[in-house]
Every structure is written in C-alpha cells, then in structure tokens.
Design a protein around this ligand. Sequence first.
Ligand code: KG4
Ligand code: ZN
Length: 357
Amino acid sequence: MLVLGIESSCDETAAAVVGESGRVFSDVVHSQVELHAPYGGVIPELASRDHLRNAGPVVREALALAHVGWNEIDGIAVTHRPGLVGALLVGVQMAKGLAWANGLPLVGVDHLVGHLLAVFLRRSTESRDTAVHATVPEFPFVALLASGGHTAIYRVDGPSAAEIRELGATRDDAAGEAFDKVAKLLGLGYPGGPAIDRLAKNGNPKAVALTPPMGHTKSFDMSFSGIKTQIAARIREHGRPTSEVELAGLCASFQATVTSVLSEKLIKAAVHEGVRTVVIGGGVAANRELRERVAARAAEHGLSAFLPELASCTDNAAMIAYAGLIKLRAGERDGWDLVATSATSLPRETRKGRGHR
Ligand code: KG4
Ligand code: ZN
C-alpha cells in the first residue's frame, strides 16, 4: 500500500509518499520561512497564497522522487486540522481534486496525530522491495509533543485519536514558541529553535539562573511564558549579550531549563501511567539536548525511549501519509464534505490560562 500525504497547515507546503511499515519513499518540504521572515512571524494570508503556488509542484516532485505514477498510489491523506484555516484549505482542496480525478480514497488527518506517529517513519534510500527492520515502539506509550503551536504529554494506546489521552499540557506558550520568542529577543531570527540549539552547544548552562516554570509541581501541566519573561526582563536590565560567551551562556541556560522540564515531566508521566515506553515528536523533538536528556532519563528508569529521525520531527507530509495509511488500512474514508478546521480532534484537558477543568 502506498499513500500520498499532503500538508499545508502552517508555513510548510509538503507532500510525501509512504508505504507499509512507515517506509518513506519521498518527502518534499517547501518552507516559507524566508517569505515570513521580514514580519517576524507567519502571516496567514501570505501563507495561503504561497501554498497555492507550491502545492502542485511539491506533489509532482513527491511522486517523481518516489518513482511512482498515480496508478501505484492507493490513497490520499491530507492534514485538515489543526492549523490556519486558509492554509489548510489549500491542501484539503488539492487532495479532494486529486482523489476525485484519480478515483482514490481520501482521508483527513489531524496534524498532532501525525507528529505523535512520526516515530514510526523509516527513511531509507534503499529500494522499495527491501524490508525495514528497525525497531518501532509498541503501544501503549507516553509521548511528548512539543512544537511551535502545541506542547502536551499524551498517553497513546493506539494510533487513532480516540486512543490518545492528554495527561498534561502547557497553560500558555508552546515550548517551540518560547524558543522562537527568546530567539527574537536575542535578535537570532525565526525559527529560533535551531539557532538556540546551535549556540547552546558551546555555552555554560549555569551561566544564568532561571526558575524552571512549574518544574516541581506534581501535575503534568507546563508553562513556558514565564521563562521568556525572565529573559526579557534580564535584557531590559542588562541589554542583549555583548560577547559570544555571554550569548552562548544565555542560550544554554534557557535550553537546559526548558528541556529539563519537558524531559522530567515526560518520564514522570510514563512512570505514573505504568508504561514502559516513551516517545517524542514535533519540531522541538529535534533539539539535541532534549533528545539526550530523554534518552538518559529513560535509561535510568529502565524505560525504552524512541526518538524520531530529525527530518520526521519538524513539519512534513510523511507523518501525515503514515497516519492516513493507518486510517485507510482500517477502512476509514472521508467524503467530499471533509472540512478544514483550526481545532485539533484530540481531547484537551488543559485550557490555556486555566489549568485543569
Ligand atoms: O513541528 P513544527 O515544525 O511546526 C509546528 O507544528 O509548530 O515545530 C516548529 C517549532 C518552532 O518553534 C521551532 O523553533 C522549533 O520547532 N524547533 C526547535 C528545533 N528545531 C525546530 N526547537 C528547539 N531545538 C531545535 N533544534
Ligand atoms: Zn507541526
């Protein structure tokens, strides 16, 4: 079975061809980072127009790189929630048109479910006939999803949204959002995660004392806006770092604080749930220190940690194709009335600014 995935929920236009057991045959991502850079954030109307320009070429390239024609594709999966509605609409309408024209089944995928299942993707340059033998996590597992728009810990009993339960989430900013906002304060550009990750590598994580937000509370809820405020206050008082050492120290201190909260909460949640496996996903899962901390703390607790390959962490269509493949295999289909919507289908326990309901 081969599924074409299409993703356009935010500022990446992406298409991918994925097969059984998560084999990635192609994965094309067109980033709009440069388009939005002058504005310091994503401008929804510009995003929609750029998706419109690039969706066709990106799909054609995904098929060409996978060396497949339409007759070899068994279904189309498209992100239809959550995200910018105008951006999502471009992918959804394109998926409908392609499914109709080629007589293929169509299935809508929740972007967050895609991130949670990205760990099952297998990227390989070998031929399509070669089986993939890498190990994959078994259900149930506890997963940390940390991206630019969402940060939550889930118990995942199976691949469908109904089998995924939120154990805790950020009450304010997402972890990736904190990386982006701190990078902006430091004049490092957007997106901030990779820049801070790079600079933090050579910095002293004890250079600046920062209070870990909700680090010691028992709940699995998190908060990342306070740490950004601590850094903003510091910059107001002392100005931006003037030396490389100072900048690296600030980045290392910030990153250590955020990644320790994320990894500790993940491990605690797994122990609380009596689950033996932990998984991470989303753009922040590409962070070197988060990956090291999760692997180390899991080992200390005798848990297995599964980390997606780096290209599977940030937004891509391969994770959408795979999540769609599982739905299609289970006989699920969506009709021409599939709608784009800004909200996730995953149950949310935590509300921004309000904590547990
Ligand atoms: O999953 P993603 O590509 O898009 C969303 O669904 O939001 O995540 C993007 C986020 C951005 O906030 C970016 O700064 C962050 O992931 N990110 C990182 C790293 N790479 C990307 N954060 C920390 N370290 C990284 N290496
Ligand atoms: Zn994402």
